[in-house]
Design a protein around this ligand. Structure first.
Ligand SMILES: O=P(O)(O)OC[C@@H](O)[C@@H](O)c1c[nH]c2ccccc12
Length: 260
């Protein structure tokens, strides 16, 4: 069983328990469910840096990354640094996050927030909206074309932007949908956990220009960003590089200063 299969099997159980405890009809009554969202795709397109900074306590590949910082401080730090948006990992079992982290970030900042989750059910998309997200992640490796269509259409109907993550050509082919705003290439191979920017470089030319192109994972230097920009990427998702430091917001600020 791959880690992704393990996670999605777990998610099916998690979502069905949540659905019973807190049905969609209740999520729809939350204040933020009616909120006007801010487009993450647009924020990236209009920015010169395009950084999406992530809140990530731990991961299956790294165990502990940072347990000492508080979400509102990280979010405020990232926003002050001038990033285009923030990604909040909401998975608890594998990444130590929670849906409340998303709500805390929403309360602290106005910039676009991406709900980083393994979405396998429409419930999680309603939940993302109710907890203050502006965008969701869909992962091509764990969804059928039918699900990709259904989930991205639902997200758009809730005014959420869609970042669809792929790792290879085959996944990319099923992902070119009009309801997708951003295509992300994950540089991390989920079977080996190794990251290589080659994944982004190889797929850059086959992603049509009507999608905002995002390179995800394993980015730790300004020179990597410059290189990825030359092959067409506009957005860059960075987690560990910032989160492993004592002050992620300050690290992001220093990184962005070097970029400009
Ligand atoms: O910490 P990194 O290597 O900068 O990576 C961030 C982000 O890309 C990574 O956390 C990620 C990319 N796709 C995911 C899907 C699920 C969970 C996490 C991820």
């Amino acid at each position: 069983m791959t880690i992704l299969e393990k996670i999605t099997a777990y998610k099916i159980k998690e979502v069905s328990a949540k659905q019973e405890a807190f049905p969609v009809a209740l999520l729809q009554k939350s204040n933020w469910y009616q909120r006007e969202t801010t487009s993450l795709a647009r924020a990236i397109k209009t920015s010169s840096t395009g950084i999406i900074a992530e809140h990530k306590r731990r991961s299956p590949s790294k165990q502990n990354i940072n347990n000492a910082v508080q979400v509102p401080d990280v979010a405020t730090g990232y926003e002050n640094a001038g990033v285009s948006g923030m990604s909040v990992l909401t998975d608890t079992t594998f990444f130590g996050g929670s849906i409340d982290d998303l709500a805390m970030a929403r309360t602290a900042v106005a910039m676009p927030l991406l709900r980083k989750e393994f979405i396998i059910d429409p419930y999680q998309i309603h939940e993302a909206k109710a907890y203050g997200a502006d965008a969701i992640l869909l992962i091509a490796a764990c969804l059928t074309v039918q699900q990709l269509k259904e989930f991205s259409s639902l997200a758009k109907s809730l005014q959420l932007d869609v970042l669809l993550e792929v790792h290879n050509d085959e996944e990319l082919r099923k992902s070119l949908l009009p309801t997708v705003d951003m295509l992300g290439v994950n540089n991390r191979n989920l079977k080996t956990f190794k990251t290589s920017l080659d994944a982004s470089k190889q797929l850059a030319s086959v992603i049509p220009d009507d999608f905002v192109k995002i390179s995800e994972s394993g980015i730790s230097t300004v020179s990597a960003i410059k290189e990825l920009k030359t092959v067409g990427y506009q957005g860059f998702l960075i987690g560990e590089t910032f989160m492993k430091t004592e002050n992620p917001g300050k690290s992001a600020a220093q990184f962005l200063n070097q970029l400009q």
